[in-house]
Design a protein around this ligand. Sequence first.
Ligand code: CLF
Ligand code: SF4
Length: 494
Amino acid sequence: MANFVSLDNLINPTNADAMRAALKSSGCSSTSSCGSSAGAGDLPPEVWDRIKDHPCYSEEAHHYFARMHVAVAPACNIQCHYCNRKYDCANESRPGVVSEKLTPEQALRKVITVANKVPQLSVLGIAGPGDACYDWKKTEETFSLVSREIPDIKLCISTNGLALPEHVDELADMNVEHVTITINMVDPAIGARIYPWIFHEHKRFTGLEASQRLHERQMQGLEMLTAAGILTKINSVMIPGINDEHLKVVNAEVKKRGAFLHNIMPLISDPAHGTHFGLTGQRGPRHAELKALQDACAGGANLMRHCRQCRADAVGLLGEDRGQEFTLDQVAEKVAYDPSQRQAYRAVVARERADHGAAKQDARIVLGATDSDASILVAVATKGGGRINQHFGHAKEFQIYEASSRGIVFVGHRKVADAYCQGGFGEDASLDSVIVTLEGLDIVLCSKIGDCPKGQLENAGIRVSDEWAYEYIESAISAHYAREHGAVLQARSA
Ligand code: CLF
Ligand code: SF4
């Protein structure tokens, strides 16, 4: 096995010295000179610098960095047919859902508490549970309080766009470099099927007029953000039969106006949520439909494929939610920020990233040496750090990669209803649902799996391997691909 620093090594030590010790004892032999740009890709350096710690704006960063949302903005000025903010369940992950709303002062204490305990924290987002721009005073006050205490935390908001234009200057002044607008249409006739009403300039609008106004404000807001140099991400909810084909047009239109990223997310629809779409039986897209739409948009605005559709009070790496560890009753009345953990973690990640970059480069060489047209889909169980470091039975989601001789691309994730292992024992009922979730994939890579579930998965036609436990994801996938498709493994060039 290659030398490595596991994510557990990085985050479990309780102080900065312990983190450094973990790095020192890892025996990692690579140096930054053998590393590639480690995810910088072909972005201008100044842009990479602004996204390299943002888990939503950089797929690579989401292996290392965490965001937290504070639910300070409950009021909303529009109604979306997929939203019902009254419903809450601590186990549920979808936008608009929170367990408790916070005042800006409570939010500050919570952010400091999380920053002291979660060294991966890099971004503070306000994503409702209503609209961050409409409930502006609380958004503004929260950002101002937090940035005074933790100046290096990135500030990020998500908005429906209706109240955005009047706040763009203030966002730029507050150094908010990342804004998300949810744009589901550029055709008001389609919008009328998604938005029953909006509230604007002290009046309520319905039907086509409502969607027309919303559309105009969204486009204006996007253009203003682009002009202000703010990196804007567009979130779109894919609603089969309503806006699925239309989102290709949305992709082109937002690209034209300078959007940095386009995140096409599946509609979450369940009658139990009490949303209009849930109650009327509007279905969400299947995995393959979502992927086909994302693939069809390739070449337009850059796509984000690693979104986890977070709750408005989410805390942690994107694939996990530690919000329940930081409810208000667990936050002290008096808190003081201690930057040492976050600083030490960043130093460790810088080293780890260089090594990961080198591994990715090696993987590209291995794949490029194959002589095959095959394209395979690989599911990975990971706790972060870009490694295969999670037991099959503990995985609540699998990250999905597509590999071919052209390279390895992250194409999404699949959540499982319940992890297979419950309280130390495998659950057959959970395994059945995991098997359905993994349908259509070529192989699952994890750090460990028992013979019994492995056999049952293989009977269902799904291969699983723990041969590459704790390796980098790309190293493992390329080695598997090369073995199956006839390449000769090449040694890393020094
Ligand atoms: Fe939050 Fe959104 Fe900022 Fe990220 S989430 S406000 S950009 S810090 Fe990220 Fe969550 Fe997807 Fe949003 S995974 S729902 S894209
Ligand atoms: Fe819900 Fe957000 Fe839509 Fe408002 S903009 S109705 S909070 S999803």
